[in-house]
Design a protein around this ligand. Sequence first.
Ligand SMILES: C[S@@+](CC[C@H](N)C(=O)[O-])C[C@H]1O[C@@H](n2cnc3c(N)ncnc32)[C@H](O)[C@@H]1O
Length: 283
Amino acid sequence: MRVIFGDSRNMKEVEDNSVGLVLTSPPYYNAPFDFPDLFPSYADYLSLLNGVGKEIFRVLEEGRVAVFVTADVRIDGELYPIVADLIKIMQSLGFKYQERIIWKKPEGYIRISRRSGVLIQHPYPLYYYPDNVYEDIVVFKKPGKFIPRNKEESKIDVNKFQREKWYLSVWEITNVLPNNKYSKYTAPFPEELARRIITLYSYVGDTVLDPFAGTGTTLKVANELKRNAIGYEIDLELKDIILERIGVNTLFGKPQIEVIEREDAKRLRTKLREKIEEKLQNR
Ligand SMILES: C[S@@+](CC[C@H](N)C(=O)[O-])C[C@H]1O[C@@H](n2cnc3c(N)ncnc32)[C@H](O)[C@@H]1O
């Protein structure tokens, strides 16, 4: 397993056509309670997606997929169409838009803001603001024919597939709750989500890459599912968290972790947390 601290617009440590699956969740633009003012403009944000997308295309094996977990972001009442823009960018880079799955979170665990109360105060048309309980899981395929490996070992449990309704394009999975140790560092996705995606879209022994590793959810689950893992994360302040999270003994032993700290790594988390606290107080 490799963790590289640096900007994933440049993944020079990864060879062309060597990655079996990309699973990632990019920052949610300048989402007020996760990444306030991280990007100078929306155009800068889209340019990041384009830069990383280009590198993903280079490193992915033919016929394999890149899976993005993301959502449109609302800032000062306005929605930014991140999912639509991501799809357009990835298509322009040569990917085929293959699948869109809705990740539905349970009601009651809304993390950021409840908007629906407005209608109860003003029960009239045009006061409707629904609470958001979903994110998109968008799957892009690099053209070509995929080569399976370790087929029998990678076999999918069909009973589980039926029982847990993996066959539907809506997945109901509980999100990482605000009291979880890792949710205060970045916006992690649940291990169950990573487990499903890695099981369905990669083979044992493949390399799974996460260009926005955050707290290392993809890396941890990839290791548990006997895949190799490579993560890029720009924020050096997450280093201890990632290493603590993925360095534990699993059923398959303690992973060997190679850590690279590049010159272009940054220290972001403390500054972001200060801004989040400020926004929470002014709410
Ligand atoms: C939504 S979080 C990922 C959370 C992750 N899926 C998890 O479960 O913990 C996005 C991450 O991308 C990182 N990031 C932002 N820009 C980056 C860049 N240019 N290169 C690498 N990482 C970047 C952020 O620091 C943040 O930790």
